[in-house]
Design a protein around this ligand. Structure first.
Ligand code: FPP
Length: 249
């Protein structure tokens, strides 16, 4: 793998799948898999910061995950609270800027407070931007962006004719960051599962059978190796981008 900064993705998005199966294989409750998953997440954050990745976006809890058994949902929520309490200071020391995306209004007051505290503490940090998608769904994101555009139209700020992809993009979560260059999904499934559906339009998609708690620096370096073999064309022909392999456009 080359550590040439031009060949390192600026933004990586990750679906951390396979915690439940990891736990089941060990006859442990599912939440033990999520706990083990936190260790993999910590190591991923460290590696991304070391590689000089600008932004990392992780799918911690989808809008659909509320449909899981109550015991598991409760377990994940309390894991969020304890993980934030134990990790935020360390992330701050590493100059990581923590941002949450998703509809946080459904979370308990204590979790909402922990989220706000983490964001406020780290908001001026200039290192890795860690976006944590929690109660997030890609379709929810598009709808909330549409609502903002409609509001601007109603207030006379924007006519329908002025609505472009850029106008909608400005209202979509993660606006202002480069779109993800690399998407990684562990756990063997080959789907996006309502993650960043707008932002992933030109992202390179990497799937691995490794279960999230087993994800380590080696798995990440395999994903980066693979990424560096991709020619990113953004709709152009291979000949047009041949001199700009991987980073074109
Ligand atoms: C999917 O595995 C994983 C989740 C729904 C939760 C992911 C959360 C973490 C790893 C904790 C991260 C913590 C913070 C604070 C960011 P699954 O349960 O769907 O696994 P399965 O497909 O094997 O059942």
């Amino acid at each position: 793998m080359s550590d040439n900064p031009a060949l390192i993705p600026q933004h990586i998005a990750v679906v951390m799948d396979g915690n439940g199966r990891w736990a089941k294989k060990r006859l442990l409750p599912r939440v033990a898999g999520h706990k083990a998953g936190v260790d993999s997440t910590r190591s991923l954050v460290e590696s991304c910061a070391n590689y000089g990745v600008k932004a990392l976006t992780i799918f911690a809890f989808s809008s659909e995950n509320w449909n899981r058994p109550e015991k598991e949902v409760k377990g994940i929520m309390s894991l969020f609270v304890t993980t934030l309490a134990s990790e935020v200071e360390k992330l701050h020391k590493k100059n990581v800027c923590v941002v949450f995306i998703g509809d946080r209004s459904r979370f308990s007051e204590s979790l909402q407070y922990a989220i706000e505290t983490a964001e406020q503490l780290t908001c001026n940090n200039t290192g890795l931007i860690l976006n944590i998608a929690a109660n997030y769904g890609g379709r929810w994101d598009v709808v909330q962006a549409c609502k903002k555009v409609i509001e601007k139209n109603r207030s006379g700020e924007l006519s329908i004719e002025e609505v472009t992809e850029d106008v909608l993009s400005n209202e979509i979560c993660l606006n202002g960051l480069p779109e993800p260059d690399l998407f990684i999904r562990t756990g063997g499934e080959r789907r996006i599962s309502n993650f960043l559906i707008w932002q992933l339009a030109y992202t390179e998609l990497y799937f691995t059978d490794v279960l999230w708690p087993d994800f380590d620096k080696k798995t990440l370096s395999h994903a980066l190796d693979w990424y560096q073999t991709r020619q990113r064309r953004f709709g152009k022909t291979s000949e047009q981008v041949v001199n700009n392999a991987n980073t074109a456009g």
